[in-house]
Design a protein around this ligand. Structure first.
Ligand code: SF4
Length: 120
C-alpha cells in the first residue's frame, strides 16, 4: 500500500521527481514503480511516502508552506474523491479534469519545470 496525500494523487501522474535531490528521486521512482505494478493507494492527511524523503519536510509538516500544501490536498480530494485507492482509476479521473481546474491547482507551483503535464 502506497500512502499518498491529496495533491500527490494528481501530481504523481506528471512530476518527474527532479529538484529535490538524489534520495528523494530514488524513493519517488520506487513509489511510481510500485503504483505501476498495481499496488493500491491509501489516502493520508499530511506527510506521506513521497514526503518522507523530501528535504523540505519539517517534522510532519511541509516546509515549503504547510497551509498552502494542505489546501492543495483539500482541493484534490474534493475533486477526486477521498476514498480513491486504484491508481489507474485515479489517472482517468485526473485526465478528465477541466482546464480551469488546472490553472487554479497548478498556479505558482515551484516544480513546473519538472512537470510533464500537457499545457494549454
Ligand atoms: S515539498 Fe512538501 S508536500 Fe512536496 S514532497 Fe516535499 S514535504 Fe511533501
Amino acid at each position: 500500500m502506497v500512502r499518498l496525500r491529496g495533491h500527490h494523487l494528481v501530481c504523481l501522474h506528471f512530476f518527474t521527481g527532479g529538484g529535490l535531490g538524489d534520495a528523494f528521486l530514488a524513493n519517488y521512482r520506487g513509489l511510481l514503480s510500485r503504483l505501476a505494478r498495481g499496488e493500491d493507494v491509501r489516502v493520508v492527511a499530511g506527510a506521506d511516502d513521497v514526503c518522507r524523503c523530501c528535504p523540505r519536510l519539517d517534522g510532519e509538516l511541509c516546509g515549503w508552506g504547510a497551509a498552502a500544501v494542505l489546501e492543495l490536498d483539500r482541493l484534490a480530494l474534493a475533486e477526486l474523491g477521498a476514498r480513491a485507492t486504484d491508481w489507474p482509476e485515479l489517472a482517468g479521473r485526473v485526465r478528465s479534469l477541466t482546464p480551469r481546474w488546472w490553472e487554479e491547482f497548478c498556479a505558482g507551483c515551484s516544480f513546473a519545470e519538472f512537470c510533464t503535464r500537457p499545457k494549454g
